[in-house]
Ligand binder design. Sequence first.
Ligand code: DOR
Length: 450
Amino acid sequence: MSECSERTIGHSSERSERIIGHGPPPLLLRGVRPYGEGDPIDLMLRDGVIAEAGPGLDATGAEVRDCGGLVALPGFVDLHTHLREPGREDAETIATGSAAAALGGYTAVFAMANTEPVADTAMAVEHVWRRGQQIGLVDVAPVGAVTVGLGGEQLAELGAMAGSAAGVRVFSDDGVCVHDPLLMRRALEYSTSLGAVIAQHAQEPRLTVGAQAHEGEIAARLGLAGWPATAEESIVARDCMLAAAAGARLHVCHVSSAGTVDVLRWARGRTTAEVTPHHLLLSDERLAGYDPVNKVNPPLRTRDDSAALRAALAEGVIDCVATDHAPHAPQDKDCEWEAASPGMLGLQTALSVVVETMVRPGLLDWRGVARVMSERPAAVGGIATQGRPLATGEPATLVLVDPDATWTVRGAQLASLASNTPFEGMTLPARVVTTLLRGRVTADDGKVRR
Ligand code: DOR
């Protein structure tokens, strides 16, 4: 280590990653198709960046990988991940969730605040951020709670969380709605001075008391209490007006209904929004067998809702895909419907579901996938080093995808501690082959590289 060089990457010295020594040897990716476009080219990755790009690059001194025309995309960014640590390490940990993320092609995840204890202080978010860095498979950006203990009564220390080493830029009470309009207004106003965004779980609580499933024909037939789409739509409309009045940034979590799409179209430019893979693919018709693996909040809605969500994502009315990866331990999920916790795994299946619902029907091309799974979520979450173009001088933070592969989902084989995938047994298109974070391979051929 006599010639040890040291370099920093990141926004500040506290937030930065130290690379000691010369790092891994240069890696030449031979024959990749950036954004699935044009003839295959080579990418030379050196010192964490894309050093050269073009056909027939000189391989001298580099490890060479023959990529046989794999599609190269910027690493995926998930704005909505439940990592469960601290508190519910029986369902997921930052380590197992990071592994699932890397295997799913993700290079950054936003860890939701509904842990036990809730991430509502600078110390709590710093703990999650540090643990993510130690594991090093993906950039873990903690989301801070909007209200103390997600209680909806008192604003949390937003400024202290933003100013902490974790540099929080996304605040959310996800799991519950910030339903008090005065508190929401104050949070929006305060967030403007922090350069932050408030991500709202839009669910009017009085309209969803005891709600178990999408309010409609199927819930009525099954005898399940209804969760009306208007409970989402009315909060989204209200919050768009509050955000515009405050000059603040609002982000709408897990949009689930065609009516919300109408509101977003009306409010275009005043908010950003995400949709989950499960709401793109699945409908409430799945509920017939009362299998709680299909229970999620907001609920699976109708086929028409899914179609509207797909069209909105293609059009850019919905900005991005976010997984709402929600692992649950068997005792919380494998029980009768009403007692089961809502939520579904998503990190390792997201790309394939997006290809199935958006690429195969011609609603998005690979450049569109890069937009909705990497560029837009990185921009909404304010991570400058992610979602970058695949170009010389940019971070070597990318994913290689086999567009022609198919695979069959088996929950027990996923890297998460939990196995509550609604896609069990489905054969889906496209496979993540390799994920790279700043030039380092984090997942390769279905295996995590630590
Ligand atoms: O289904 C859900 N599960 N929706 C949420 O908003 C929270 C999440 C969880 O934490 O399990």
